[in-house]
Ligand binder design. Structure first.
Ligand SMILES: Cc1cc2nc3c(=O)[nH]c(=O)nc-3n(C[C@H](O)[C@H](O)[C@H](O)COP(=O)(O)O)c2cc1C
Length: 168
């Protein structure tokens, strides 16, 4: 992949909430999780476990709980990032893994949407639903599948958000 292709894949990514029913191949799923595995973490603690939820009943149960993630029911896959909450930088580490999942999926042509986990009242219920041990907390849910929509949300311009050396 050229530099331009790599950056275009990042720039073209949009949150996808409507999916074709086509399954995501196992080798693609494994490669996506492998990219999460290699994300940066504070002191390299890698304080996570990542669930790949394909079972329809489990996805429907998650969708029922996630008020802004109802579309998880119809996504072929839902990745779940759990982090050890006694690690000081669990939030940053979990976000790094989440973004690696999202960008790796985009590189594979798989659409995703980050659905809030941490701060939501369903954190413990989803942990119990998936039999994840105590000590881990849900950081994010990431629905995934082949896109059946082409959203085009407004984005701030580069000049609006960048500063060089000092903000003026
Ligand atoms: C921390 C975080 C939580 C989010 N939670 C949700 C959510 O619960 N449901 C949802 O549909 N989208 C959620 N999103 C996706 C945002 O709505 C989306 O990224 C934003 O509207 C920009 O659109 P884009 O991703 O297409 O650039 C979340 C994104 C982040 C970073």
């Amino acid at each position: 992949m050229s530099i331009a292709e790599a950056t275009q894949s990042i720039k073209n990514r949009r949150s996808i909430r409507k999916y074709k029913p086509d399954p995501v191949p196992d080798e693609v799923i494994r490669d996506i999780v492998d990219c999460a595995r290699l994300a940066p973490t504070a002191r390299n603690v890698q304080p996570w476990v990542i669930g790949v939820i394909r079972d329809q009943k489990l996805r429907s149960a998650i969708a029922d709980l996630a008020e802004y993630g109802k579309f998880i029911r119809h996504a072929p896959v839902c990745f779940t990032v759990f982090v050890k909450e006694d690690e000081k930088y669990f939030m940053e580490d979990g976000c790094a893994a989440t973004m690696n999942i999202i960008l790796a999926a985009a590189a594979h042509g798989v659409g995703t949407c980050w659905v809030a986990g941490h701060k939501k009242d369903y954190v413990s219920v989803i942990r119990d639903l998936l039999s994840v041990p105590m000590g881990y907390t849900l950081l994010s849910l990431i629905s995934a599948g082949y896109a059946d929509q082409t959203p085009d949300p407004q984005k701030k311009s580069l000049d609006e958000i960048v500063f060089f050396d000092r903000y003026e």
